[in-house]
Design a protein around this ligand. Structure first.
Ligand SMILES: C[S@@+](CC[C@H](N)C(=O)[O-])C[C@H]1O[C@@H](n2cnc3c(N)ncnc32)[C@H](O)[C@@H]1O
Length: 294
């Protein structure tokens, strides 16, 4: 594309306005496709993120982008994946909400070992549901690996899923800037990270032994069937449900409960209390809910 045409498209994108009816259409589409609520207060955020996408595609107006997204004849159905990537918020950290990892270490894992033979379950299965760029499942992997070293009969499997393809690519690569590891102890840094073979010397990579323990998959919570074959001992679904409306949250919680093994725990974000939801789960620690053992 000639550079003056490109410059004029960029100018149009900057001055483009998102008409209210188109905002509504986008918001409704997002809600249907992934349960995320976008209200008026988030219009500026949506506009900003879509402008980036329009720039990547060379589309000068929101109307042109809507046509590309919705019109199957001109458009590309793969655009829906990019569009949903654009609207997700992927903020996360290693060992975010640290008391959850302490609860796992001190309560859930020792109890699992004590009851393992009686329950005839050999592997501790855990799901990082809404894993974003991988910091949560790798934090879990570090804790579980430490426990496995102290308990040779212990084995574990981690499933990590997210809707966002871009976030999952980062998660799978397991490469992080050194300043993202502030909440990883020096001992764990030394043991579980190695210099990344990237031009940026400030990047570290999760060691293969840990990466191999995490299976990453794209999964949309709106999908009716969960990708789970065996009951889970724990589900971490933290800082995800805040973006959903109440019916979507209720549905999701009830399906999580079906997926948990008796005595298994659901961990939610600390600002996502299940108070007011009829769950049948017992709160056992801050934002930790346990399914009855029988
Ligand atoms: C704020 S991040 C939370 C990451 C991590 N659980 C934590 O607490 O640090 C929320 C994640 O939920 C994902 N998400 C949002 N809607 C989703 C959906 N319908 N299905 C699957 N994942 C979704 C987003 O892509 C995003 O990566």
């Amino acid at each position: 594309m000639p550079s003056d045409t490109k410059a004029s498209i960029i100018d149009s994108i900057f001055s483009a306005k998102l008409p209210p009816e188109l905002f509504e259409r986008f918001a409704q589409f997002i809600r249907q496709r992934c349960g995320i609520r976008i209200d008026q207060a988030k219009q500026a955020m949506l506009e900003g993120r879509l402008r980036k996408r329009m720039r990547a595609l060379g589309l000068p107006t929101f109307e042109a982008y809507a046509d590309y997204l919705f019109n199957r004849k001109n458009g590309d159905t793969r655009e829906i994946i990019h569009f949903l990537d654009t609207v997700t918020t992927n903020k996360t950290d290693f060992f975010r909400e640290a008391p959850h990892f302490d609860y796992l270490r001190r309560s859930l894992l020792p109890e699992f070992m004590a009851q393992r033979d009686r329950r005839r379950v050999s592997t501790f299965r855990i799901w990082s549901a809404g894993c974003s760029t991988g910091e949560e499942p790798y934090s879990l992997a570090m804790v579980l690996n430490e426990f496995a070293e102290q308990n040779p009969a212990f084995s574990y499997a981690i499933l990590a899923t997210d809707l966002c393809v871009r976030a999952l690519a980062t998660a799978k690569a397991g490469i992080y800037d050194i300043d993202q590891l502030d909440d990883v102890s020096p001992e764990y840094r030394l043991k579980y990270f190695t210099a990344a073979r990237t031009p940026d010397r400030r990047q570290l990579r999760v060691v293969p032994a840990l990466r191999e323990h995490v299976v990453f998959k794209r999964f949309n919570f709106i999908t009716p069937v969960f990708p789970i074959r065996q009951p889970l001992q724990a589900i971490f679904c933290r800082n995800v449900m805040i973006y959903f409306d109440r019916p979507t949250r209720e549905q999701l919680i009830s399906r999580f409960i079906d997926t948990l093994a008796p005595g298994g725990c659901l961990f939610t974000g600390h600002s996502e209390s299940l108070a007011g939801f009829l769950t049948g789960l017992t709160p056992v620690a801050a934002a930790v809910y346990r399914k009855p053992p029988h």
